[in-house]
Design a protein around this ligand. Structure first.
Ligand SMILES: Cc1cc2nc3c(=O)[nH]c(=O)nc-3n(C[C@H](O)[C@H](O)[C@H](O)COP(=O)(O)O)c2cc1C
Length: 315
């Protein structure tokens, strides 16, 4: 069975940035934004069995971080396996010409799926199948493990607001690095303000190049959902309200976006976020290509969930 978030879930996003489109649903039948969020951002219940359990795992997978919230995946549910395939219609050729964000997003989804599988009594094994160009999650019977990472799945979101400037206790840092690291992915933690400032210089330089590129801005705008109705109907994309922007009909918001969203405004935001955050983490996969990009995504997702479980906002 091939399915995707858009085909079978009803909802939108808690972080404002997610979810399920409602094909065939008329405007009048559409749930409110709040109802859509509540229907989407929830954990599968522990007693779920059989096909319903597999569908619940897919639902949990779709709550993962993913590039521009394009939801760039298809799920194929088999007997003892769920395959996650790239949805190439949802590529972002400008910001992600080699698809490494896309494959990292598949890795994020696979990690959520595996964590949910363990919580629902299955033993998952994740691999990248090069011939099939799919991330496969094999599922064998196991013992139910109710982990803090599972509970964090519907709580995690990419923080768009500023940070509080407080340091993170060293035991939390140790826990984050231990949870997120793997043989294929190295993590470099940077907390020293001078080194963070150097990284910020690169972030600002890169962001300036991107935001001065008309093709990048056009692609970004395509994925912005300016109103609650747009977010619920599309079931994907970046909800303006999640970044603290006003939610308006597209015909009003679109020219305002062109006028007010620029390199300077975004660089100011990133500078404040980085200067007020406890640290930056660089994830480096020990190779290149889909297999390694998937591994990097898995690691980032574990980090984000562990951070959430510890009460640490992250993005
Ligand atoms: C591979 C990847 C790349 C991303 N790149 C960016 C980025 O450049 N800027 C940004 O603000 N968020 C970025 N994100 C975060 C996504 O926009 C976010 O995960 C998505 O909108 C869903 O929202 P949520 O994480 O709050 O559920 C990225 C996420 C992934 C997985």
């Amino acid at each position: 069975m091939m399915t995707s978030r858009r085909q079978f879930l009803a909802g939108a996003a808690a972080s404002g940035l997610a979810t399920a489109g409602l094909p065939g649903c008329s405007e009048a039948d559409m749930p409110s934004y709040q109802d859509a969020v509540a229907a989407t951002w929830r954990l599968p219940s522990s007693g779920t069995e059989g096909a319903e359990r597999l569908r619940a795992l897919v639902a949990a997978a779709t709550l993962a971080a993913n590039s521009h919230n394009t939801q760039p995946w298809h799920f194929r549910i088999e007997d003892r396996r769920i395959a996650i395939l790239p949805d190439t219609v949802r590529r972002c050729p400008v910001v992600d010409p080699d698809d490494h964000h896309l494959y990292a997003s598949l890795g994020c989804a696979a990690e959520n799926l595996a964590i949910a599988a363990r919580a629902l009594g299955l033993a998952p094994h994740i691999a990248y199948d090069e011939a099939a160009d799919a991330v496969t999650v094999d599922l064998e019977p196991g013992t139910a493990e109710n982990s803090p990472l599972f509970a964090a799945i519907p709580e995690r979101q990419s923080t768009r607001a500023d940070y509080d400037g407080k340091p993170v206790p060293s035991e939390d840092i140790d826990r984050l690095l231990a949870t997120a690291g793997s043989d294929d992915v190295d993590l470099l933690l940077v907390t020293e303000p001078g080194r963070m400032e150097t990284i910020l210089e690169y972030v600002v330089a890169g962001n300036t190049v991107q935001m001065e590129d008309a093709a990048f801005m056009a692609e970004l705008k395509e994925w912005i959902r300016f109103s609650e109705g747009e977010a619920v109907k599309a079931g994907d994309g970046l909800f303006a309200g999640a970044s603290g922007n006003p939610t308006l009909p597209r015909w009003v918001a679109s020219p305002l976006f062109d006028l007010f969203v620029n390199a300077e405004s975004e660089n100011d935001k990133y500078s404040s976020q980085i200067r007020n955050s406890a640290g930056l983490v660089l994830f480096t996969a020990n190779g290149t290509g889909p297999r390694y990009w998937v591994e990097a995504g898995r690691s980032v997702q574990r980090f984000a969930l562990q951070g959430t479980a510890l009460g640490l906002r992250n993005a």
